[in-house]
Design a protein around this ligand. Sequence first.
Ligand code: FMN
Length: 495
Amino acid sequence: MRRNCAAAKITPVTRTIRFNAFDMNCVAHQSPGLWRHPDDRSAEYKDLAYWADLARLLERGRFDGLFIADVLGTYDIYGANDEAAIRQAAQIPVNDPLLLVSAMALVTEHLGFGITTGTGFEHPYPFARRVSTLDHLTKGRVGWNVVTGYLPAAARNMGQTDQPAHDARYDHADEYLEVLYKLWEGSWEDDAVIRDRERGVFTDPDKVHHIGHQGQHFSVPGIHLSEPSPQRTPVIFQAGSSPRGVRFAAENAEAIFTAAPTKAILRETVDTIRRELELAGRDPYSAKIFNLSTVITAATEEQARAKHAEYLSYGDPEGALVFMSGWMGVDLSRYGRDEPIADVDSNAILSAVKAFQSADPDGGEWAVDDIATWAEIGGMGPLIVGSGTRVADVLQEWVDETDVDGFNLAYAVTPGSFADFIDHVVPVLTERGAYQEEYAPGSLRNKLFGRGDRLPDEHRGASYRVGGPRSTIIERPSTVPSSSASVASQPTSGR
Ligand SMILES: Cc1cc2nc3c(=O)[nH]c(=O)nc-3n(C[C@H](O)[C@H](O)[C@H](O)COP(=O)(O)O)c2cc1C
């Protein structure tokens, strides 16, 4: 099994490839052990100046966005405890992703911010306001990665005995999104805020609606707390590739993250996603698909290979198995290193389990040691090592052969891996017409799709708008109990 993806014969394509940087508010995100490398600055994650520098760098490289992953639990599947994860800083300690965004927005003009939060642990009402706040403060540059969680430790620490079953988590997320769409799209009309100084009316109450949500999991009768932000609904990102996950993505996502290790798996996944988008009544290209990948590059092939070897000397295969055990929901410490994972039950990331039960890039079987080597730098996606030209060839080949739209780039060291990509790969792709020469104007949604700031009419969320087919707004209720209503004589809106 080879780790470094070599380029085959190239058919140059001129499709513009999209790029996000993939990061997390922690140390060495998906490259365990690399925090020890002298060039790695990830231990500065507690410092706003560090994040501001990273945002400026990514905007210089015309990245579409910085995507910030998150978990609310520890990786305690490996060895059935959290010792190895804590020792190796496997995404622990980990800080909140949302709080980073305002500072980075202040020092950039175009970079998008994809923040991750789970649907299982926080009520949608306060979350809706936090996201609207960020969308205001960034002038419409926020995306939200909707995750349903995979770490049982997160559920346990939020008062549950275990996380709900895999598909039930998506059912719950369906209602979570319904509440959010109602708040973001259906509560405040665009012209509700009038700031009429003469009449002393800041907001017209007739244009602010109670959403009247009463569901299986949530009761949210009232209005959204924020006035409409540039995008209203943030750009919806999603990352599940199981059958239920893809169905959820097809109904909601505008950007979909995959972590396919091979082109064969990615091709199959992309085909399935595009088919499901059509079945959901959407254009098959209405969601951009980004595959997780890691690039190690330098001025020459030799220098890139030397850099790779040097990075590997800091890597930590056991740390990789800590991650893989968490993602797969399978304790890999219980296997021999030369054993395949075979048939196992999982309540975590089903697509991760399936990927490592499929053929490896050489058509062979993945043994546990292969998985550790594969995931050591950058996690589950492919690792591409080479000069700028070679890496550009490979990326274009993946796009050409799999129909993927772009890549979520994980780092070996940060910000070095991103800086190297910007210095060596971006000029080659730009020269070939495969990289955006300048940012499109406006919000993140407009930059990605060029169709304005708001959700397109055919998107599920748009159907909750005032006057839309799923609009649920109710007449403004009196907050006074009916027995004393006549005494207080609270007016209703009369609509
Ligand atoms: C590239 C990628 C990034 C992900 N990032 C996160 C994350 O930051 N936090 C999280 O809780 N889950 C994350 N996930 C997990 C997914 O959101 C989803 O819960 C998981 O893939 C299970 O879905 P599936 O079984 O449908 O594949 C990620 C998955 C992928 C493939």
